[in-house]
Design a protein around this ligand. Sequence first.
Ligand code: ATP
Ligand code: MG
Ligand code: MG
Length: 549
Amino acid sequence: SEEKSLNFIEEIIENDLKSGKYNQILTRFPPEPNGYLHIGHAKSICLNFGLAARYNGKTNLRFDDTNPEKEETEYVESIKADIKWLGFDWAKELYTSDYFEQLYQFAVVLIKKGLAYVDDSTSEQIAHEKGTPTTPGVNSPYRNRTVEENVELFEQMRAGKFKDGEKVLRAKIDMAAPNMLLRDPLIYRIKHATHHRTGDQWCIYPMYDFAHGQSDSIEKITHSICTLEFVPHRPLYDWLIEQLEIFPSHQYEFARLNMTYTVMSKRKLLQLVNDKIVEGWDDPRMPTISGMRRRGYTPKAIREFSRQIGVAKRENLIDLSLLEFFVREDLNETATRRMVVFDPVKLVITNFEAGEVEYLEGEDNPEATEKTYRKIPFTRELYIEREDFMVDPPKKFFRLAPEKMVRLKYGYIIQCDSFEQDDLGNITQINCTYFPESKSGSGDNTLKAKGTLHWVSATHHVPVTLQLYDRLFTVEDMNSAEGEYKDHLNPDSLIINSHALAEPAILQDQPGQAYQFLRKGYFIQDKHSGANGQPLFNRTVGLKDSWAK
Ligand code: ATP
Ligand code: MG
Ligand code: MG
């Protein structure tokens, strides 16, 4: 892999290591378990784990589970599986909820320092008093409660004396601060809800800004990397750590990944699932890691993609075809080649004996260093792709036509002698002669054919169902698409083909095997079966970027 210059985070880390500020770096990946991970998270995972690997540090996996109503254990499990699949290992598996007691104590410290107070105002009042970015806010009438009163009220909040929304705990900073987030931000709220791990033990929960930096500090995270929308939160992050006099973790921000034809927010992805627009979180059209896995994308392709796009300091939109490029690049090396005819038309080799079977040898993967082969039955009756035959072809048609020759992959050169049609003009049969001396690998070059076709035996094949996927949305930049994002769904994002025929070797292949169906694209077998229990294959990506220009 080529040497790239350091990105800004790497520069910071190298300086911190050189100056002796840290001996070892510790990063974290902090997902909220309220959905499945998507390709944006994959970017963050590759970044955090990649930095730790590069600088001999470590990465914690921390579930940011401070939102009891939206979080579920199912999501925790899927997140762990996805990170492992991407090829990373965390140093520790941690939960913000494990710090609830510690965080509560931190809040008490702030109260005792006169730096936090219990506010009885409604959320409307609080919002109103906050003012606007150009006008200072107004102090809450509860701002000057005594320390004793605040300690007692906060204890009562914890003890469940109040209803949701009746009181909040706020940091006492500055109601005139130009940064709105410093205008006495909420740090605790009351929520009588069952938490997926702590059950009903708590009815007050820390707000993101209070939980996140403090959790970083508890774990002694050195470089806390997050996305750009947290830039204005950084002064609060630093203020809390400073006032609490705890380990000084530092926050650094990079631009979140946005991709063309894709929505990335978990809220929207959840809607697609709930509205049954897709089959589930792992629908192969979803930008989720589980969807991409089921689609046949590889961890290596995602890691390479993530490295290639690097870390930006400004929002940008990355072309989905770049990810597809890395998928193709990896699969070209690893995919097993098989022949599948998508739209079969019968072809008869008139000089090949009926009932006879010749087993041809086909290389599984010409890119592999260790060669392996499978047997492919060659018979008198075959199927080829309907579009590979034309009665009256244009000049540069290097496929089959009357009197023309082509090579059948792994087999022989054939010549078309005649064809049969039904009343509608549809081709029903193509009659050919084969040339035994032209067998692939025989070294005989007397005959030449410009094109090579894939094919299957008409008597020895496996009917399969294919799911041909395309992008889920029709608009390039979904962040600025007009109207509802669901107005822009691609009606052809899934086309099902249940009349395709595959060579028999696919029945012997390992589950999870990546395929290149010759001349057709990359595929992977799905977890479900297709029509009539047939093997079902998902198109991972086409052989070429059909969307370019
Ligand atoms: P979403 O807004 O899509 O629901 P989120 O940021 O709320 O995502 P979290 O579970 O909080 O999801 O994210 C965990 C980590 O992944 C955070 O550090 C977050 O910054 C990072 N992350 C999320 N989305 C992206 C993205 N599109 N690009 C890069 N990093 C991301
Ligand atoms: Mg978040
Ligand atoms: Mg979110």
